[in-house]
Design a protein around this ligand. Structure first.
Ligand SMILES: C[S@@+](CC[C@H](N)C(=O)[O-])C[C@H]1O[C@@H](n2cnc3c(N)ncnc32)[C@H](O)[C@@H]1O
Length: 388
């Protein structure tokens, strides 16, 4: 049998895990993704797109950013059309930012003039990718990079796409009525799981807050960092909106009795696997997020939930169909028009696409309960005329 080559990070973690007699899975995942220079997100590598490990909605087509831009215009109007900050955390290669700013510069120049786009990014590799993608808007001083705390008192919209699923999670199981947590131990040169009492009382408090417990014998993930993040964002925002796009469920569905093995998945070259101890630092590790927890923590800190829906509903409400037909109409090459249709279907298709597992949550602070553009119901959307 050929022994697999261990990564430099795996060897380093093996030493740490052995020295400490085991670490929580959350600590292991944190290191696998964000260890300085060796973690999946902190090392120099192509993560997103055809040459990488996974696609994101913004890497599929500029249509995603164009439609979000429409929602941002309405948010700006609701806030009185003054200075407005769009803060995006975890912008990957910067394509969503590019598509939003291009759309706003073309379609809402008055808004473009008033706005400042601020990026918060943990990975130096991604910061340099973003600077390259966004050269044009950077040179006009529209964009800057900052720390979360620099956003204190912001008025505008705090945006993220597939950020929260990249936070480390605690792996939990329930046995004999007791919660148990997965710790990572190292034996004979390989990592394995060991169930121990939870590393923090925050895990029990989490289940009390969302009002659901894992089924006996089931494994599930608890994203405590998502709760801390939500609280921090809520406190930073003086007035405005938080728009979060990610794959996930409400707690009842995420912790449903039929979900025996949880949602933890690893991505490598567009293949998924359930082996987080393989290719340590060279594959993504993610878990679906709990939108109940985000809403509950948000509410506790002054954020009202204004919209929660599936990505396809959100995009349809913002004019997906009209935009698709418009883009098709201006495409003269029939092969390219066909490719465009296939490509855009990914954004809204439930199976094998991003339409249903992806959700959108919009929360607001000091904005009342406005009727948001994205909440237009599908049955109220007229089919655009087709010109033959
Ligand atoms: C899955 S990628 C999403 C990429 C992008 N939003 C898109 O739509 O293509 C996750 C991003 O979040 C960043 N990230 C993860 N944790 C972060 C944190 N605590 N602060 C800032 N960025 C973070 C990663 O470096 C990466 O850019």
């Amino acid at each position: 049998m050929v022994e697999k080559q261990k990564t430099e990070l795996a060897l380093l973690l093996e030493e740490q895990v052995t020295a400490r007699g085991g670490i929580s899975f959350a600590k292991f995942m944190q290191q696998a993704l964000y260890a300085p220079e060796l973690g999946y997100y902190t090392s120099a590598r192509t993560r997103i797109g055809k040459q990488g490990d996974f696609f994101t909605s913004s890497s599929v087509n500029s249509c995603f950013g164009k439609l979000i831009a429409r929602q941002l215009i309405q948010m700006w109007q609701l806030l009185g059309e003054g200075e407005f900050v769009i803060a995006e955390q975890g912008a990957g290669g910067g394509h969503l930012c590019l598509d939003i700013l291009d759309a706003l510069a073309n379609e809402a120049p008055a808004f473009y003039t008033q706005l400042k786009y601020r990026l918060v990014e943990i990975s130096a590799d991604n910061r340099s990718r973003q600077a390259e993608t966004l050269q044009h808007h950077c040179s006009s001083g529209k964009i800057d990079w900052c720390q979360l705390d620099d956003l204190d008192g912001m008025v505008g919209c705090f945006l993220s796409n597939e950020l929260v699923d990249a936070f480390p999670v605690h792996l939990i199981e329930k046995h004999g009525g007791e919660l148990r947590e997965v710790f990572v131990v190292a034996n004979d040169g390989s990592f394995s799981d060991e169930l121990r009492p939870p590393s923090t009382v925050a895990i029990k408090n989490y289940f009390d807050m969302v009002g659901v417990e894992p089924g006996t014998g089931n494994r599930c993930e608890v994203n405590l960092d998502a709760c801390l993040w939500m609280e921090r964002v809520a406190k930073l925002l003086r007035r405005g909106f938080v728009l979060t796009v990610d794959y996930g469920y409400l707690a009842e569905e995420l912790f449903a009795p039929y979900r025996h093995a949880g949602t933890l998945l690893c991505y490598h070259k567009h293949q998924t696997n359930e082996e987080p101890y393989e290719r340590v630092g060279e594959q993504d590790i993610t878990a679906h997020i709990d939108f109940t927890a985000l809403q509950k923590v948000g509410q506790l800190h002054g954020l009202d939930s204004l919209y929660f829906g599936q990505q396809y509903q959100f995009l349809m409400g913002l004019g997906f169909l009209e935009l698709l037909m418009e883009m098709e109409r201006t495409e003269t090459d029939p092969k390219k028009a066909q490719a465009l249709r296939m490509n855009l279907k990914t954004l809204i298709l439930p199976e094998g696409g991003m339409g249903e597992s992806f959700k959108v949550l919009i929360q607001g602070k000091g904005v009342g309960v406005p009727e948001l553009l994205c909440s237009k119901r599908i049955r109220d959307i007229g089919l655009p005329r087709r010109s033959f």
